[in-house]
Design a binder for this molecule. Sequence first.
Ligand code: PMP
Length: 405
Amino acid sequence: MSFDVDAVRAQFPILKREIDGKPLIYLDNAATTQKPQCVIDALVDYYTTCNSNVHRGAHRLADEATRNFEAARDIIKDFMNAPKREEVIWTTGTTEGINIVANGLASLLSPEDEVIATQMDHHANLVTWQQACKASGATLRTIPVTDDGELDQAAYEAMLSEKTRFVAFPHVSNALGTINPIKEMTAKAKAVDALVLVDGAQGAAHGWVDVQDIDCDFYVLSGHKLYGPMGIGVLWGRESVLESWPVWRTGGEMISTVTLQDATWNVLPYRFEAGTPNVADAIAMGEAVRWFSALDQAGVAAHEKALLDHATKLAEEFEGLTIIGKAKSKIGVLSFVLDMGHPADIGFLLDRQGIAVRTGDHCAQPLMARFNVPGTARASFSIYNTLEEIDAFFAALKKVRTMLA
Ligand code: PMP
């Protein structure tokens, strides 16, 4: 197998779009990736051929929908190397996965306990633990970020103690691209018997995830950052932890028996999947993961590294540009500020040239404060981007700087 970027691009119909007569250059992949035709087809096929509610129908369509829905769960299980399919819970995305875990954790936390999050967390993975700590009286501690945009491991080690009940950190920073040493960080938390959640919203799009190897207790991800649809994601949670946890939402699917005064709960994973699930998007997410997993992963990694190396080199040579986040290990994210112009102006003027980047605080305000910037402009690369697109991006950025001067 080898990696052929043109063949990959050909599968993404949106990449043929033009913006004001200019070819679209989509560099906002950390916000959401585009969808290959097979994922779009999976959605259309589902509604065209077997739309039906799952699990409880006695007819052919319900049977087909259920089989496709559960087969998608198995695809995710294999992608994450989850030990059991019962541990793979469909959610609406990373945010909901984190909230389900916070709901369970709330019943365990007491005022003597400590929870550790990080200074680079997305708000979804920080604010949720702030709230959990406020509700329980537990103390929230946060791992600081170094000047290079890495988590300060010495500070992390120093804050771990027998009081640490729970540790949450991102696999990859959405704002800086830093890849964190999640296996080592998990091992350190396990040494004090803490539970560990890895926010995989950004990590999962860049290669297979092995939850057994990481040895964390929870790994959460979003389908839309992984070539799949919006509104669907997965919480993987260790069965031995989840089975004793209180329920999240109540309703159909998650119950076993109901009387007028009481109810008993279904088994995992259904216990955490109240109501009619997002069947079509789950199936399409399964297709996205199947599609991505079938690519030559070494080729994908080499292509992404080539994009980042090229962009970093051009950024370092670019007059007046400061890169925010220079971690040794990064995914294809280039977060930067210019010596003139607010990031929002940069984004606007790039858009006029057909180039899509994201600007702002990237849902990471404490991280922006750490670097003393109001926000950054962020170009984030995916497997369908090319070196030529990066050249075009820097040529457009040069015009932007001239316009802002
Ligand atoms: N964590 C990280 C690191 C993210 O990048 C994001 C999305 N930007 C989230 C959490 C939240 O993901 P979602 O909005 O898909 O729930």
